[in-house]
Design a protein around this ligand. Structure first.
Ligand SMILES: *Cc1c(COP(=O)(O)O)cnc(C)c1O
Length: 401
């Protein structure tokens, strides 16, 4: 029998489910045990002084990589597809965003960031980047090829996120990448929502792809992780930055992430199916104005989603018809199966209230009513809609008082 991971050895490209199961595993390098071992490590010893002086060792220091980090990087790299030159692991999704941006900008540069990017991405640009002499312009996520009209002589990079955080607007990433590359700019994209299972941004022209591994890679709400996938053009700059900043991830979190990856495509298939079922159920409710979910046929971003993505995860938003805040709170406080908390991507359903009005700067945020973001977990859909039904009853009762 061969080792599990022969994915790099030619033949037909494998599907994501298969890569997730086989990638990064070499049982016969490890006494036949199915899973790679977890190395808790800092110092790596050299057998002789000559080896130490010449740095003659496959590994040099815990921070610089171990068999545990390599195993996780390998499976993630294979999921990204053949254009991926390497994956860096960092301690959180936000660290992946800041590190990827720092890998490409210098003092005096200008960067374009999508207005619906994850809010802490904006905070990083407005504080740390600003302090280092890098300026940011936020652009309308729907701008497409029109992005070229915002290029300044010192523009260095374009940051995308599709669908956008909270509003789930889709971006024409291939059009943006084409315009950016014509000017020699670097394109970054936060792909946390789709994961490489449902979208491979490197194949849409992106140079650096970010994922909050905290979400669907982990999948169990029990770890923090960020990943940055680079193409040939950006790989060296990325690794230099990661190593210079001294970023690395603890072995137990990498182990949990690797365990998460094995079931990620299967979990995502269910998140997609249940998410769409709940989205359609919500659309039919009299209390709902709009559901923001690009996989719904009448969503404004549907055509782009269909062209560039192969699936949808379980996160979307819903706009309620105007009701007092107390009625929205009554809905949420009645829910038993939806927890209220930040982050998402675990096996459990979540609901939060949000409002983007006070921080979006390039596009107005006026959805027409209170907005909730839902993460649809792996519970039974009928149980979830029954829970929401009770929530709407409480909302209606509170709205009438
Ligand atoms: C959660 C999230 C992040 C940040 O990930 P952390 O691991 O929580 O730091 C980045 N981007 C998007 C789109 C996210 O939803």
């Amino acid at each position: 029998m061969k080792d599990a991971d022969d994915n790099q050895h030619g033949g037909d490209p494998l599907h994501p489910e298969t890569i997730a199961v086989t990638g990064g595993r070499r049982p016969f390098d490890n006494h036949g045990f199915v899973n790679p071992p977890v190395y808790h490590a800092s110092t790596v010893l050299y057998p002789t002084a000559a080896d130490q002086v010449a740095h003659r060792n496959r590994y040099s220091y815990g921070r610089r990589g171990t068999p545990t980090s390599e195993a996780l990087e390998t499976v993630l790299m294979e999921l990204e597809g053949p254009l991926c030159a390497g994956v860096a692991l960092v301690p959180s999704g936000l660290a992946a965003i800041s590190t990827a941006i720092l890998a490409v900008v210098s003092a005096g540069d200008h960067i374009l960031v999508s207005d619906s990017a994850y809010r802490p991405t904006r905070t990083f640009c407005d504080t740390v980047l600003a302090r280092l002499g890098v300026t940011t312009t936020y652009y309308d996520p729907l701008i497409g090829a029109g992005i070229a009209g915002l290029f300044l002589p010192n523009t260095r990079a374009v940051f995308c996120e599709a669908p956008g955080s909270q509003s789930f607007d889709m971006q024409d990433i291939p059009a943006i990448a084409k315009a950016a590359h014509a000017k020699g700019l670097v394109v970054l994209a936060d792909n946390t929502w789709a994961t490489p299972v449902f979208c491979r941004p490197l194949e849409l022209g992106v140079d650096l792809v970010i994922q909050a591994g905290t979400k669907y890679i982990g999948g169990h709400s029990d770890l923090m992780l960020g990943t940055i996938s680079a193409n040939e053009k950006t790989h060296k700059a990325l690794m230099n930055t990661v190593h210079t900043l001294g970023l690395c991830v603890g072995p137990d979190d990498m182990f949990l992430a690797q365990r998460g990856v094995r079931t990620m495509p299967v979990r995502l298939a269910r998140h997609q199916e249940s998410g769409l079922a709940v989205a359609r159920w919500l659309k039919a409710r009299p209390e709902v104005l709009r559901v923001l979910h690009p996989a719904l046929e009448d969503d404004p971003g549907h055509a782009i989603w269909k062209r560039d993505f192969t699936g949808a995860s379980g996160l979307f938003s819903v706009v309620l018809k105007p009701v007092p805040e107390a009625a929205v709170h009554a809905l949420l406080d009645t829910l038993k199966l939806f927890g209220m908390g930040f982050s998402w991507g675990g096996y459990e359903s979540l609901a939060i209230v949000f409002d983007c009005a006070d921080y979006r700067t390039a596009t107005p945020w006026a959805p027409g009513g209170p907005t909730l973001r839902l993460h649809i977990g792996l519970e039974n859909v009928d149980d979830l809609t029954a829970d929401l039904e009770r929530g709407f009853a409480a909302l209606n009762a509170a709205a009438q008082t």
